[in-house]
Design a protein around this ligand. Structure first.
Ligand code: MG
Ligand code: ZN
Length: 225
């Protein structure tokens, strides 16, 4: 059956546009400040975005395991509630700090700025920031990290990319995770990769299984560590 109509809000129907623009502008300024702070301390920083269950925490755990012999690694875990993920990452020897966003569904540069004041920045080489868990609003809120990484998994189905074009447009690296489940899920990772490249042809795509460790070395290479 065809869809009868697609209803879209006019811009002024969803929010006060000026208010929204002020917020985004304020966030951008704070993100620039964070970027300067991180640069000053020579910290390589990565904003890890993706849905709940895509494997952001598992990826960070793998990366910490691989990198901890070479770099002093820290992580900021952003979640609505709980410290479950931060504890998982901390077990591998990284310094971890939790931000609980409450009802907010994304991190913003202000929260990260606060978190940075609580870390001993002169003792950190690499910082991973786990950005709550959705594919929509994090796109609009840069945090000031060197690179933005979006993680999707084949278990989210084959239409995740076309449904969320903006986050891929904003990302510097895309990871297709849980590649070991692709046959079971009947999802073709090549199609997902094609969808990503339709949105942003230059975007580097890495396929991983954070369960088996497949592809994680390619992530390390792709982010230049
Ligand atoms: Mg997580
Ligand atoms: Zn949000």
């Amino acid at each position: 059956m065809d869809v009868d109509a697609v209803i879209k809000p006019e811009p002024d129907e969803i929010f006060d546009v000026e208010l929204e623009e002020d917020i985004l502008e304020a966030n951008r300024k704070l993100a620039d400040e964070n970027a300067k702070t991180l640069l000053k301390y020579g910290i390589r920083s990565f904003d890890i975005m993706g849905s709940v269950g895509s494997g952001k925490t598992s990826l960070i755990e793998r990366l910490v395991q691989m990198l901890k012999g070479k770099y002093r690694v820290a992580a900021i875990g952003g979640d609505a509630a709980t410290t479950i993920d931060a504890e998982r990452i901390g077990k591998h020897g990284a310094k971890v700090l939790q931000i609980n966003t409450g009802k907010e569904c994304h991190l913003d540069a202000n929260l990260v700025k606060k978190a940075l004041t609580r870390l001993d920045l002169s003792n950190i080489d690499v910082l991973f920031i786990e950005n709550v868990g959705n594919l929509i609003c994090p796109a609009d809120f840069p945090l000031g990290c060197e690179k933005r990484i979006v993680v999707i998994s084949v278990s989210e189905g084959e239409h995740m990319v076309v449904k969320h074009p903006y986050i891929f447009a904003e990302a510097d690296l895309a990871i297709i995770n849980k590649i070991d489940l692709a046959p079971i899920m009947n999802v073709d990772p090549i199609k997902i990769e094609k969808d990503i490249h339709t949105i942003k042809p230059s975007l580097k795509v890495v396929k991983t299984s954070c369960k088996t460790g497949e592809g994680v070395e390619d992530v390390v290479k792709a982010i230049g560590l």
